[in-house]
Design a protein around this ligand. Structure first.
Ligand code: RB5
Length: 147
């Protein structure tokens, strides 16, 4: 599984923690920034990750900002992206099983690095259940086609 990861200035520490986890899990990844000591704009970092997951170059994406909210809003504008903003392990599991989320977003001002690691690990190792959940995702895709 190939992962695209990025953060803005508000998510640098958790991004580094998640990269360590990906190394430990033996997963390939590419870091799309930021290389920032000053303030940057989160959509500039959400977009390259979302585009590469949407076009299949990467299997999954992980985005971190201060709250995770801006990153998730921006990523979800890209067709084919189902970005889940998650701050607990129950939701991390459920969003893979039910929503087949392909990008995980977290907020470094909301949770600490330990919980972020656990969330990412659960999210990366949980499979989509398909079945009735696939019908619901197909309906989301239909909404995307319409607007
Ligand atoms: C940056 O100050 C902050 O707005 C950003 O990291 C994020 O929380 C946006 O949703």
């Amino acid at each position: 599984m190939k992962i695209a990861i990025a953060s803005d200035h508000g998510g640098v520490n958790i991004r580094e923690e998640i990269k360590k986890l990906l190394d430990e899990m033996g997963l390939q990844y590419e870091d799309f920034g930021c290389n920032c000591s000053t303030s940057v704009d989160y959509p500039d970092y959400a977009l390259p990750v979302a585009e590469r997951v949407a076009n299949g170059e990467f299997d999954r994406g992980i985005l971190i900002c201060g709250t995770g909210i801006g990153m998730s809003i921006a990523a979800n504008k890209v067709k084919g992206i189902r970005c889940a903003l998650v701050h607990d392990t129950f939701s991390a599991k459920a969003t893979r099983q039910h929503n087949d989320s392909n990008i995980l977003s977290m907020g470094e001002r909301v949770i600490g690095p330990g919980l972020a690691r656990e969330i990412a690990q659960v999210w990366l190792t949980t499979e989509f259940e398909g079945g009735r959940h696939q019908n619901r995702i197909d309906k989301i895709t239909q909404i995307e086609e319409k607007y």
